[in-house]
Write a protein that binds this ligand. Structure first.
Ligand code: AVJ
Length: 322
């Protein structure tokens, strides 16, 4: 109970970091905003809807690999170990792992969005009564402490969804190093990584016909209006997403349809017609290029599985701090 109370207090704090990111990002050229702020309650719901779209193959393919390889993945969870999930969101994927690996005695979901975190923690406590569920509200890109209750256990990281693709490759490298130090020598890490593929498939996944991805992108402006007193007119910005093949990444932007001024927290920002705010990168790797990145970050890539169509990969890494 004490854990849940602490979690609620943390969530009530106004997020000064969000204001700072918005002011510095809208003052920069080109303008940019961090994708971690997509996930307020509305954004998290819109993202869940994206994962059900037929064009958004990432989730379907990753679930297929998790189901097919659950027994092999379960071997990376030693007896009485703790599973630490980075950016947990909905618990659909971790349930497959928990059901296949009864050796897991503690589950530490880490997420920046507290609503979903607490809700999913409740459901998991109900469905896995022997599991110690210890949620942590934190920005996974910043160092954070593991709960004291899991300090002496073996740790296995779980980072599904290709969220690591939001990072620049050099940032992914520092993230992996930092995570290795936190999980400890001998720890394993199970990571979902989206693969480079035909640009048509990639572009379709980020430009769905129902317009949910557009809503998800525009919700960032709505969130600025709600939380930071902004006056963005959502109708005068449009969703843009395209594959940048030189850099192996999907880029998402919000483009101003006209010349305009927008106010946020008492400051004015000017937009040229067509000027964009860069809101997200989603890097794509080959199985080999990701294994090389892991190797360069202190991890041994020991296994990699893909779905039948070769669209999505799950890697198993073991930390070896030479
Ligand atoms: C959650 C970061 C993996 O990059 O595919 C989905 C977010 N953005 N549609 C991704 C997202 C647009 C997603 N990640």
């Amino acid at each position: 109970m004490a854990v849940r109370a602490a979690v609620r207090d943390e969530a009530a704090k106004p997020d000064g970091a969000f204001l700072r990111n918005v002011v510095s990002g809208l003052s920069a050229r080109p303008k940019r905003l961090s994708p971690k702020y997509f996930y307020d309650e509305t954004g998290a719901q819109l993202f869940e809807k994206i994962t059900t779209l037929p064009q958004y193959y990432l989730t379907h393919c990753e679930l297929q690999v998790l189901r097919e390889r659950a027994a092999e993945i379960a071997r990376f969870f030693p007896a009485n170990s703790a599973l630490v999930e980075f950016g947990s969101g909905s618990s659909r994927k971790v349930r497959i792992v928990l059901s296949a690996a009864p050796t897991i005695s503690a589950y530490v979901p880490v997420d920046i969005s507290s609503e979903m975190l607490n809700h999913e923690a409740e459901n998991l406590r109900r469905d896995y009564p022997c599991l110690n569920v210890l949620p942590v509200i934190a920005d996974i890109m910043q160092p954070f402490s593991l709960p004291a209750a899991v300090a002496d256990m073996a740790h296995t990281g779980f980072f599904p969804g290709s969220t690591i693709g939001n990072l620049e490759p050099h940032e992914a490298c520092s993230f992996l190093r930092q995570t290795g130090r936190m999980l400890g020598t001998g720890a394993s890490f199970i990571i979902g990584v989206d693969l480079v593929k035909d640009a048509k498939i990639l572009n379709a996944a980020y430009n769905d016909r129902a317009g949910v991805t557009a809503k998800f992108n525009l919700n960032l402006l709505a969130r600025i209006n709600r939380e930071l007193g902004g006056n963005f007119d959502l109708a005068s910005f449009s969703h843009q997403a395209f594959y940048n093949s030189e850099r192996h990444r999907i880029e998402m932007h919000l483009a101003s349809k006209k010349r305009q001024k927008v106010k946020v927290a008492g400051r004015t920002f000017d937009f040229r017609a067509g000027e964009t705010i860069h809101t997200e990168n989603s890097y794509k790797y080959s199985v080999e290029s990701f294994a090389a990145l892991a190797r360069g970050s202190g991890w041994d890539p020991v296994a990699a599985w893909t779905d039948a169509g070769g669209k999505f990969s799950i890697h198993a890494l073991v930390f070896d701090s030479r």
